[in-house]
Write a protein that binds this ligand. Sequence first.
Ligand code: ATP
Length: 256
Amino acid sequence: MTLLELNHLTKTFSKGREKVHVLKDISLNVKRGEFLTIIGPSGCGKSTLLKAIAGLDTDYEGDIRLDGEIITSASVHQGFIFQEPRLFPWLTVEKNIAANLSLKDEKVQAEVKKLIKLVRLEGFERAYPKELSGGMAQRVAIARALLRKPKILLLDEPFGALDAFTRSHMQEALLDIWKEEKTTMVFVTHDIDEAVYLGNKVMIMSSRPGTIQKAVTIDLPFPRKKTTKLFQDYRQKVMGEFEKVEELELVNSAGI
Ligand SMILES: Nc1ncnc2c1ncn2[C@@H]1O[C@H](COP(=O)(O)OP(=O)(O)OP(=O)(O)O)[C@@H](O)[C@H]1O
């Protein structure tokens, strides 16, 4: 059953008199519980697309529906994870997760405790952000978003700043969370391996203006192994589409 629906989304920025067409006629459906990953060249409009779904930007043509309702503003239904964790430095881990909700409320307290366990931060409840590694801080940000019980979690290159080892651990952690919470995910990345490893579906975008080049369904069960032939075949398929986009970019920039 469809949870998120984008119908003919077109976005234009105005720079003085000049108009920059960033997204053009994007139509897409994401099923409840699905994990969609999005890759595309730098500047193709991935963040712009995610911000529109988050309701952080509503100045576009077309419409976006979540659970059948047109998105008109940011809300608790759309959780958003940025590349950097954006924690409050003066608050402990548990208070960062609770944020504007009171830990004196027993229900909140129990939920925070459950989430701390889920993101594997037991023992760090009273730690401050400066005492955490990048991966741990990002897990706090994910727990904070999950506490609001979003219908969809939007992640904008959440592991982009992490080293390869931590990144791989975070991918596992996110899949565990997805399995447990069944939250629908839309995950933007630059990394083809990451996109194929996490996604039920990988959407490859082309740029100027950003459109959907291809959506590839990754029909592989979890847990996945990056070394298997089947995984490598999917990787090749996505890579092939990505190369087509890059060739198109070269042709466009050369004005051919
Ligand atoms: N507020 C704005 N005003 C004008 N142009 C903008 C604005 N925000 C983004 N753009 C332009 O829109 C295009 C898409 O930007 P966006 O950040 O969505 O791309 P992206 O695919 O997420 O890039 P990256 O992978 O590098 O993060 C870029 O050309 C950018 O310069």
